[in-house]
Design a protein around this ligand. Structure first.
Ligand SMILES: [Zn+2]
Ligand SMILES: [Zn+2]
Length: 226
């Protein structure tokens, strides 16, 4: 049984999550194939906390043979937000975390530093594809719970198809710097470049980075040479 305070927090979190992620990104996704950007600029995608899940873990949390339910497409083709949500539990608190599909080989929970402080865990800052040293966390679904080393803070990165990478003069695996203008303007360093035919041009930052720079999903960042 939830206390009134816990219930109020869950509702507030749900509303905030919907407002932040859904409204900001809906329009970019709708127009994703026809968007044009000025030379040297990259559109920003803000990643709110989320989880990628393996089929095995999905079944442990939601029941045998369970399949993710697609709720809406994400900006990167093939990726989607599912209807499924889990509770991620740390020593100091609980967070509501949406599962993104499709299922992957390994589960990982991507949190911001602020999220980690909220639930009392110390997740490492990791580049995509690297889960070594991930923080142990408990993940609770409607049919079960798992405890595993899956908590990370996903490092800033740029998704780009080969043609846009060439135009920008950036290579797969390179770390670049990207400037965000505005009154809270910042330069993000150590942004990893990921090149693939299946990507659309987009820089992913987490909500801490986005809030620090005062940017939203549709804003542009500029590649800079330091
Ligand atoms: Zn992710
Ligand atoms: Zn990404």
């Amino acid at each position: 049984m939830l206390s009134e305070e816990q219930l109020a927090r869950l509702i507030a979190e749900k509303v905030a999550e919907e407002l932040l992620t859904f409204r900001r990104c809906e329009e970019c996704v709708r127009n994703r194939d026809s968007r044009k950007f000025p030379d040297g600029f990259i559109p920003i995608g803000v990643s709110a906390r989320h989880m990628h899940i393996s089929q095995e873990d999905l079944e442990a949390l939601f029941g045998k043979g369970y399949q993710l339910t697609k709720e809406r497409d994400l900006y990167q083709p093939g990726e989607f937000a599912s209807a499924e949500v889990v509770q991620v539990v740390g020593p100091k608190g609980v967070l509501r975390v949406r599962i993104l599909g499709p299922v992957r080989k390994q589960s990982q929970v991507e949190l911001s530093r602020t999220d980690c402080i909220t639930i009392g865990i110390d997740a490492p800052y990791k580049y995509p594809g690297d889960l070594k040293g991930a923080a142990p966390i408990t993940i609770v679904g409607p049919k079960g719970a798992i405890y595993k080393e899956a908590g990370i803070i996903q490092a800033r990165h740029i998704h780009t198809p080969p043609d846009a990478a060439e135009r920008l003069g950036i290579k797969n695996g390179e770390l670049v710097s990207v400037k965000v203008a505005g009154e809270r303007g910042v330069i993000f360093s150590n942004v990893l470049v990921r090149v693939s035919e299946k990507y659309l041009l987009q820089m992913h930052v987490d909500t801490d980075d986005a809030n620090a720079a005062g940017v939203n999903c549709n804003d542009l960042a500029e590649l800079v040479r330091l």
